[in-house]
Design a protein around this ligand. Structure first.
Ligand SMILES: CC(C)(COP(=O)(O)OP(=O)(O)OC[C@H]1O[C@@H](n2cnc3c(N)ncnc32)[C@H](O)[C@@H]1OP(=O)(O)O)[C@@H](O)C(=O)NCCC(=O)NCCS
Length: 333
């Protein structure tokens, strides 16, 4: 009887996964609106008014998504106060991996000098990559597949941005953000929701392919800005309301909203629809631009390190991106 009880306790499924550390990395080089004025027919006033963006960071020659992900991981590991070898799985949300294969997550695992016992892989959900990776990591921890997962959002969209197209080149920057999720009996991630609708492919994509040594299709990211804008606001406010409902939380209980940093006007419209005042919303889009899958963990790390997000706060992370894909997580931090 005692043995049976002990066996049951030992095999008790962790109730939650918790974020025990965050980290981020931005390349040194800054591309300002003034720089862009020299490259395309645009100006600082137009960019700030329509997007809220002033600067973006761009990778150095030869610097990759994997390099940025590794740097962000070191910071997250340090904050978590764990040894890297305690990590048993690595998931990277990215749409600009270093290679077709191997996965960028395998590169990070090797650079960290660890052997992960539960695997390392990339997830492709464009700008929603980090939300997909968090939802996946949370489920894998709750089902005891893994105990400590390094979850990363990292992208080098400057590689697929056409710097002669003023409609897109003003928006994007490079970067990486990371979080360590660990099994816990204390409240952590309360719930996640992810969605996809491939019928919206035409309004935001990068359809480049390599076939038998030839590059096929348009080699750069293309976008119908206005359609993306409308979809993003609807998706972000919808998923937040649904998730709060599912978790039995009212929107006014949320302490902080950490949205995907696509455009200041998208962030403000979504906040209005959620009845959240802007002083509860973490904003980095002015200094980072849209860093795709990195934008949410970058903003989260900034707000944790500057002391705005504290232990016990209720935090909503949410993102939307090409696919279309979108998703959110509600976290007792
Ligand atoms: C791209 C975006 C900033 C454009 O703003 P907008 O208000 O929709 O502007 P429009 O595309 O209607 O263009 C208005 C005018 O500005 C011009 N314009 C476009 N980019 C410009 C730029 N960088 N500088 C100056 N003028 C510009 C257009 O050519 C157009 O000129 P016209 O009226 O003479 O034809 C906006 O649609 C947006 O941010 N959409 C969401 C994009 C996004 O977040 N994508 C990633 C999602 S994960």
């Amino acid at each position: 009887m005692f043995l049976f009880f002990a066996f049951k306790v030992y095999h008790m499924v962790a109730k939650f996964s918790r974020i025990i550390g965050t980290g981020s990395y931005l390349p040194e080089r800054i591309l300002s609106n003034k720089d862009l004025q020299e490259m395309v027919d645009t100006n600082d006033e137009w960019i700030v008014e329509r997007t809220g963006i002033k600067n973006r960071h761009i990778v150095a020659e030869g610097e990759t998504t994997g390099d940025m992900a590794y740097q962000a991981s070191l910071k997250a590991i340090e904050m978590a106060g764990i040894e890297a070898k305690q990590i048993d799985m690595i998931i990277i949300g990215t749409s600009s991996p270093d290679f077709f294969f191997p996965a960028t997550a395998c590169y990070v695992q090797d650079r960290l000098g660890i052997k992960v016992s539960k695997g390392a892989f990339d997830m492709q959900a464009a700008c929603s990559g980090f939300m997909y990776a968090v939802a996946m990591a949370d489920s894998l921890i709750k089902t005891e597949m893994a105990k400590t997962i390094l979850v990363i959002g990292a992208d080098t969209l400057s590689r697929i941005v056409d710097y002669t197209d003023r409609g897109t080149c003003i928006l994007f920057g490079d970067g990486a953000g990371a979080a360590i999720l660990q099994a816990s009996d204390e409240a952590g991630i309360l719930g996640s929701q992810i969605y996809a609708d491939g019928s919206y492919t035409s309004i935001l994509n990068c359809e480049t392919r390599i076939d038998s040594g030839k590059i096929i299709g348009h080699p750069y990211l293309t976008m119908d800005g206005q359609s993306v804008f409308k979809f993003a606001v609807k998706a972000l406010s919808g998923v937040a309301k649904e998730l709060a409902d599912k978790c039995g939380i009212t929107l006014d209980e949320i302490d902080w909203v950490v949205p995907h940093q696509a455009n200041m006007r998208i962030i403000e419209s979504t906040a209005r629809s959620l009845n959240a005042s802007m002083d509860k919303v973490i904003v980095t889009v002015d200094q980072h631009g849209n860093t795709s899958a990195a934008s949410i963990p970058l903003a989260l790390d900034l707000a944790v390190r500057d002391g705005r997000i504290k232990r016990g706060d209720l935090v909503l992370l949410e993102g939307v991106g090409g696919g279309f894909t979108w998703g959110a997580s509600l976290i007792r931090f």
